[in-house]
Design a binder for this molecule. Structure first.
Ligand SMILES: Cc1cc2nc3c(=O)[nH]c(=O)nc-3n(C[C@H](O)[C@H](O)[C@H](O)COP(=O)(O)O)c2cc1C
Length: 205
């Protein structure tokens, strides 16, 4: 797949089919993630691939225990009142939490800035192979429980849980604010001059 097609069709996937990812593809995805840059080339990531159904169910329970209160928090309820899109997102979030036991789960341990490039590369590589992903950090508030479940040593930090699987829905272009509204020409107070003459990308929202 063309890089730009991959990069512009990698939305967060929250509904998965219960199909296993071939081992060769998993390795290809992780080999790609492993190419990521990191501060001082420390390469501080570790990947815990969780495929066993019982472990995934335990992770699902932990995730749901965070998702429930998050969903009911004042800030989220406020948003729900304001936006129909948020109502839909919450419903998708419920389904996602309920679906976690169906996705392969990847946990990362180490420091943020040097981990996120690896996560992004992992998600793009997965997308190129037809595999959907969701970057999630909600489980970090259950870090000790998650680490105990997966036998992760104390000195490692849990950064993200990336459920991964074949998507129940297709790969769509993510909705984003128009990029030209946020490009500045030399100085903050100068809008990019050519924005009016360039086409708006589809899917911008
Ligand atoms: C640092 C970070 C943490 C995130 N944590 C979660 C999470 O815990 N649960 C979740 O469902 N999505 C999570 N997301 C996904 C975002 O909700 C998603 O990237 C954003 O809504 C855009 O979605 P889209 O790419 O499908 O348009 C996270 C994304 C990032 C970058």
């Amino acid at each position: 797949m063309d890089f730009f097609e991959v990069a512009t069709s990698t939305p967060t996937m929250r509904r998965f089919l219960d199909w296993p990812i071939p081992e060769a593809d998993l390795i290809k995805i992780l080999e790609t993630a492993n190419m990521a840059p990191s501060g001082s080339n420390a390469q501080p990531w570790e990947f815990v691939v969780v495929r066993a159904a019982n472990a995934r169910r335990e992770i699902q329970k932990l995730y749901e225990s965070v998702w429930g209160p998050y969903k009911d928090s004042a800030i989220i309820r406020g948003r729900t009142l304001l936006s129909p899109r948020a109502v839909k997102a919450l419903k998708t979030g419920d389904e996602f939490a309920a679906q976690l036991a169906m996705a392969d789960l990847f946990n990362f341990g180490a420091t943020y800035g040097s981990i996120f490039p690896a996560i992004e590369l992992m998600m793009l590589a997965a997308r190129a192979l037809g595999v959907g992903t969701a970057m999630t950090t909600m489980l970090t508030s259950k870090e000790s429980e998650t680490k105990a479940l997966l036998g992760v040593p104390a000195e490692y930090q849990l950064i993200a849980l990336v459920p991964m699987g074949y998507p129940a829905d297709g790969f769509k272009r993510p909705m984003r604010k128009p990029v030209f509204a946020r490009i500045h020409d030399e100085r903050w107070d100068r809008a990019w001059p050519h924005s009016a003459s360039l086409p708006r990308s589809s899917g911008e929202g």
